[in-house]
Design a protein around this ligand. Structure first.
Ligand code: G3I
Length: 365
């Protein structure tokens, strides 16, 4: 029998226990209805999601803490949004995400310290002219120092350089402002500065289409050179903006094995599986373009996700994180890109946050 005097303590203990089941992804949860994606994968790798501050209020907040144990700010920590003027940082949106993660015992991936998109205009201009290399590298160092010092101990890994490899297969490096002003040095220096700023953080190079053998080879060559020179890089982020048409199982395996052979860990940093072919350039929606999620597309997507996660689980010793790019089909960036207003269905949850058919394929193994 329970002693009445001990009842409050007993109640608190029960409450505490049930809260930890509902909100913590870091434990094994037996009850199916309380399980989130991250519980199914607790013996494999963290399961993350990209968010904006708008996603951290009801009903999304409890949904997020149930399904995921890692967060990536989708835009808030990119150089333009967080560092709009040389002497001004806009910390609030990024802080909100990091604070939410810390409060809920979640990991945070920092995204992205150096990228050619969403870079602020001031960074490449000095007294009205194109900035000189030494000044630009110094600005980059200050930016990296400021972010990594602020979030030391709260952000465990960073996409240090994002998308520096060219789409053009005849070149290695993308002809961005960073590359045109600094040459390839900007990549190595970014990693050196990041390691100096927070030696405990894991440092990643992040890019898309790394499943495609041709781009994978060029990226591999760049990373191999960095590893051989002793540049402090820990891993490669395969973004994972895939589709029902790619990657093939063989290409996915080959890419993982090849990057792992450099001693790098691998994270899938921006996973979504589009139901359309990959297109780089923006275009208008064709009048006769059908964007219905047919049963056939749903089945193809389920098969593709099933294969992808089977391979991820096989390489769990090399893969240290898998992050989805967006929480549901309602807010995915793919509803705006490459075709504004064409509905896409790339994630595991539909527009009402209900798990889609594909969810089962990911968690039943
Ligand atoms: O913040 C402004 C807002 O003030 C304005 O009213 C609104 C009107 O268009 O735009 C808002 O900015 C948008 C921003 O997302 C935040 O919503 C930008 O226009 C829009 O271009 C931007 O898109 C982001 C894109 O990166 C930028 O290139 C996507 O949300 C984001 O999902 C996407 O993420 C990238 C990764 O960082 C790197 N890998 C590829 C991936 C997809 O492009």
């Amino acid at each position: 029998m329970i002693n009445n005097k001990k009842l409050p303590i007993f109640r608190v203990a029960v409450l505490f226990f049930s809260m930890s089941i509902l909100s913590s992804c870091n434990t094994k949860v037996k009850e199916e209805e309380n399980k989130g994606l991250c519980n199914y994968y607790v013996d494999y790798f963290p399961i993350g999601v990209s968010v904006s501050g708008r996603a951290l209020i009801p009903p999304f907040d409890t949904f997020i803490t149930k399904e995921y144990n890692s967060l990536t700010p989708e835009n808030e920590m990119k150089m333009g949004p967080v560092h709009p003027e040389e002497n001004r940082f806009n910390w609030k949106p990024a802080d909100e995400i990091v604070d939410f993660a810390v409060k809920n015992g979640m990991k945070v991936r920092g995204h992205a310290l150096v990228w050619h998109e969403q870079a602020p205009k001031w960074i490449f201009i000095d007294n009205g002219d194109t900035v000189k290399k030494d000044v630009l590298l110094n600005r980059m160092k200050n930016h990296i120092d400021s972010i990594m010092t602020r979030y030391k101990g709260k952000i465990y890994c960073y996409d240090v350089v994002n998308e520096a490899v060219a789409d053009d297969s005849t070149m290695i490096f993308r002809e961005s402002n960073w590359f045109n002003i600094c040459g390839e040095d900007f990549i190595e220096q970014a990693f050196v500065y990041a390691h100096q700023a927070d030696p405990g953080a894991k440092l990643f190079y992040n890019d898309y289409n790394l499943n495609r053998p041709e781009k994978m080879e060029r990226t591999y060559r760049m990373l191999k050179k960095m590893v051989e020179k002793g540049i402090p890089i820990d891993g490669v982020g395969m973004q994972g903006h895939w589709s029902i048409f790619e990657p093939s199982e063989q290409d996915l395996r080959e890419a993982i094995k090849k990057f792992a052979s450099l001693g790098l860990s691998i994270q899938v940093t921006e996973l979504d599986v589009s139901v359309y072919n990959w297109e780089k350039n923006r275009r208008a929606k064709n009048p006769d373009e059908n964007d219905e999620f047919t049963e056939s597309l749903e089945q193809k997507q389920a098969d593709q996700y099933k294969m992808i996660f089977k391979v991820f689980r096989e390489y769990k010793d090399n893969i240290t994180g898998v992050t989805f790019w967006g929480i549901s089909d309602r807010t995915s960036w793919l509803n705006h890109y490459p075709v504004e207003g064409r509905k896409n269905y790339p994630l595991l949850f539909d527009s009402e946050l209900n798990p889609k058919k594909v969810y089962k394929e990911v968690v039943n193994f």
